[in-house]
Ligand binder design. Structure first.
Ligand code: HEC
Ligand code: HEC
Ligand code: HEC
Ligand code: HEC
Ligand code: HEC
Length: 244
């Protein structure tokens, strides 16, 4: 074998060996938003650390999916950039012409989430609280309950306590769809809870006839009561007979 063949085989081996590595690196391609924001520290880096490990990060939903902009610029070594280069990179990534929308609030926030959660957004947008948010009347936004970057399911009623004093029954309704029907359901739930409290959660002494009992069950309980009364009467009769 001559030298040329050796070199060729060696080259082929290197390519075959490194290809999977480069392909992998390409899949996990750098996201300029993350690289730059991580380097900024404090408030501007917090979205990155919050987002890491979140359900969105696990599903590959990165910064630009919600904020727009261009995440595909090459930053190389960010610490080496001059002030001017840094400003240029920032402008490239976060310019309106590249679709950057900034911090979404109000209707813009709903539109952001609607791209992927249209059913949930419509449900909330038509609810009492959703309307109170859009009309600037103190209703909570999506991220009041789910957080902007570490999106999670909120603890109910803990998350409601900043705005509502009485959260009784809040864990039994859909907070994303509070409407007239919900308010009626809630007052029924609250009456039930109050009744249970009043009797200290102990079973009632006298059998009550809740609406769930049908005619047969009521008849059955009545029959039982007659038998018990009969037995009591019989015992009294025997005791009185003995005394004589
Ligand atoms: C080269 C650095 C750099 C890159 C790249 C970068 N940012 Fe920024 N970003 C900043 C700085 C610095 C600020 C602070 C506010 C300012 O100077 O405009 C900021 C602010 C923000 C804000 C808050 C804006 C506001 O109006 O309060 C958001 C949201 C944001 N960046 C998202 C992104 C997204 C999304 C990307 C990627 C598409 C990105 N950034 C890429 C440096 C960067
Ligand atoms: C699921 C959508 C979503 C993703 C993904 C997302 N953001 Fe945000 N971001 C928001 C929303 C909504 C707000 C507004 C928060 C508020 O109103 O309190 C926000 C606010 C911000 C702010 C303003 C300061 C703050 O913390 O409120 C910055 C800066 C920011 N995001 C940067 C980023 C960066 C960097 C990434 C990528 C790691 C990212 N965001 C990923 C939705 C998102
Ligand atoms: C580009 C698509 C995309 C955007 C935009 C987006 N999400 Fe998501 N979101 C997902 C995916 C994918 C999941 C994980 C799969 C699932 O559970 O639906 C998810 C999951 C969630 C979950 C958890 C749901 C669960 O069942 O555990 C919440 C809460 C959530 N997103 C809130 C938001 C909010 C609030 C916004 C807007 C600020 C938003 N998302 C924007 C794609 C998106
Ligand atoms: C008042 C608090 C609150 C607000 C505001 C809120 N959510 Fe939710 N969200 C919840 C709770 C609690 C659940 C769990 C519901 C359940 O288990 O029945 C939930 C469930 C979800 C889910 C899981 C699927 C589903 O529909 O049940 C998604 C996605 C979601 N919310 C996105 C959003 C988006 C987007 C917004 C804004 C348009 C929003 N949420 C506003 C509290 C809230
Ligand atoms: C940021 C403040 C805020 C948070 C957090 C919040 N709410 Fe509300 N809520 C409001 C506002 C504002 C209204 C509308 C009041 C009106 O227009 O009558 C409202 C109305 C309601 C109503 C109907 C009227 C009433 O007061 O009974 C229910 C039920 C309700 N919210 C449940 C919840 C639940 C459940 C949570 C937590 C998962 C929650 N809210 C979190 C602000 C908030």
């Amino acid at each position: 074998m001559n030298n040329k063949k050796y070199v060729l085989i060696l080259f082929a081996a290197i390519v075959l060996f490194t290809y999977p590595l480069t392909a992998h690196a390409d899949q996990k391609r750098e996201n300029a938003c993350i690289t730059c924001h991580e380097s900024l520290g404090e408030e501007l880096a917090k979205p990155v650390s919050d987002w890491k490990g979140s359900i969105h990060q696990q599903n590959g939903i990165a910064c630009d999916y919600c904020h727009g902009g261009n995440a595909d610029i090459k930053l190389r070594d960010i610490k080496q950039l001059s002030q001017k280069q840094f400003a240029n990179m920032k402008a490239l990534a976060m310019s309106k012409s590249n679709g950057f929308i900034g911090v979404p609030v109000g209707k813009a926030m709903f539109d952001t989430c609607r791209q992927c959660h249209s059913e949930s957004v419509d449900r909330y947008a038509n609810s009492i609280m959703g309307k109170a948010y859009l009309d600037n009347k103190g209703g909570p936004s999506c991220v009041t309950c789910h957080d902007a970057h570490h999106n999670s399911m909120p603890e109910v009623p803990k998350v409601c306590e900043s705005c509502h004093k009485d959260t009784t029954g809040f864990d039994q309704i859909d907070p994303m769809n509070v409407n007239i029907t919900t308010i009626n359901t809630l007052s029924r739930i609250r009456i039930k809870i109050a009744e249970q409290k009043a009797r200290g959660n102990k079973p009632p002494l006298i059998p009550e006839f809740p609406e769930e009992l049908d005619a047969f069950q009521i008849g059955f309980v009545a029959f039982g009561a007659v038998i018990i009364l009969f037995i009591i009467g019989y015992i009294t009769y025997i005791l009185l007979e003995k005394r004589r």
